[in-house]
Ligand binder design. Structure first.
Ligand SMILES: [Zn+2]
Ligand SMILES: [Zn+2]
Length: 403
């Protein structure tokens, strides 16, 4: 427990710095894959404490290693990766705070400023404690979480999971629905895959009084919309959560004109990679078949998004128990499934991973807005926890690895 006390006191010691870092990042947000100043800032902060980062991974990403040197046994294969994302969103901030975004129309509305500041806090804490642990902590500062194809997929392609290869990977995300001081875990399925669906249904437009001489794409598209939902209710494995939603249906005719075509856009989300592939195949076949049977055609384009995020059950159980050690039983909560996407999912598909939520809500202070809204903010008291807890989880998990 001496190590836990050291971590807690270092987290307290650096808390004000971590808040300052978060405020600097918040005031200077950059959009996905444009995080140049952010990356430079992170690199400078790391160099200032003697850590030499590898820059330019996936262009604006960085990787840095902290090697433990407790040296009690051979620990060469013990590697844990910790991830923070760095990008902001195209949202205009509506908060009136001293650290308000200085960039018109760009805002850290998903808390990635808090993730990056926390991970820099972890770097400071673990750098001081090098003599207290064995193994390697790999810090991953990742660009472009909010935008396809996802910075995580690019960092993996550029070898972030090699040299050295992490045994496990941990990521945290702010949670405006969880009170500050608490954190949340979920084993197994947690967040959804996200695929974008684009359909163009073509027919033959003309005077609405003579439908017999036309091919009505509005009716075809309507049949397709209804029929596709049956794939969710009839073909989906019942234990696989899935969502199929269409937010755009454009038939640009008028009362007496049937248009030539209808465009539809939607999203398909699920938590099973086999079903994900199968479901999409069925959708295309069904839509094309209906259109053809009704005399028209359907061009169905799918833009593949992130896979589903799975929290490795054993790792998550262990990390949850370690979090209880650090936070107390009463401050560790269970999470529901969430059908939103998150590109940490790419890591979770290839390395044992755990993605947990850091409570940032403070009702008394009115900090209740959801992520991706112009009034999103966090209770900054969460940052001390964010840095301290992640440091604790890293050293505990390294100690749990058999070399
Ligand atoms: Zn987001
Ligand atoms: Zn996010």
């Amino acid at each position: 427990m001496a190590l836990q006390e050291s971590i807690k006191s270092l987290a307290r010691h650096y808390a004000a710095d971590i808040v300052q870092t978060r405020r600097h990042l918040h005031a200077h947000p950059e959009l996905s894959f444009q995080e140049r100043n952010t990356a430079r800032f992170v690199a400078d902060q790391l160099r200032a404490i003697g850590i030499q980062p590898q820059e330019g991974v996936a262009d604006t990403g960085l990787v840095a290693l902290i090697e433990g040197r407790k040296g009690t046994e051979s620990a060469g294969n013990r590697v844990i990766a910790l991830r923070a994302d760095m990008d902001a969103l195209p949202i205009h901030e509506a908060n009136n705070v001293p650290y308000k975004s200085t960039v018109e129309g760009v805002m850290h509305a998903c808390g990635h400023d808090a993730h990056t500041a926390s991970l820099l806090g972890v770097a400071r804490i673990l750098n001081v404690l090098r003599d207290e642990f064995d193994g390697t902590v790999k810090l991953v500062f990742q660009p472009g979480e909010e935008k396809a194809p996802g910075g995580a997929s690019l960092m993996i392609k550029e070898g972030v999971l090699e040299n050295p290869t992490p045994v496990s990977m941990i990521g945290q995300h702010v949670a405006p629905n969880i009170p500050v001081g608490k954190i949340g875990f979920r084993e197994g399925m947690y967040m959804a895959s996200t695929d974008e669906l684009y359909l163009t249904v073509r027919g033959k437009g003309g005077h609405a009084a003579m439908p017999d001489s036309l091919v009505d794409p509005v009716l075809i598209a309507s049949h397709i919309i209804v029929a596709l939902q049956q794939i969710i209710s009839r073909n989906r494995p019942p234990a696989s959560p899935s969502v199929l939603s269409f937010g755009r249906f454009i038939a640009d005719g008028v009362t007496n004109v049937i248009p030539n075509e209808v465009t539809i856009q939607g999203t398909f989300r699920c938590m099973n990679e086999e079903w994900r592939a199968e479901g999409k195949k069925r959708m295309v076949k069904l839509a094309e078949g209906i259109a053809e049977a009704m005399g028209g055609s359907c061009e169905f384009t799918i833009v593949n998004g992130y896979p589903y995020l799975k929290n490795h059950p054993e790792l998550t159980r262990r990390v949850r128990a370690q979090a209880v050690e650090y936070m107390g039983q009463e401050n560790v909560v269970d999470l529901d499934l969430w059908m939103a996407g998150e590109d940490f999912a790419f890591y979770s598909q290839v390395v044992d991973s755990c993605f947990y939520r850091l409570g940032t809500r403070n009702e008394e202070r009115g900090i209740i807005s959801g992520v991706h809204t112009p009034t999103f903010d966090i209770d900054e008291a969460s940052l001390e926890t964010g840095a301290g807890l992640m440091s604790w989880l890293a050293v505990r998990e390294l100690a749990a690895m058999t070399s």
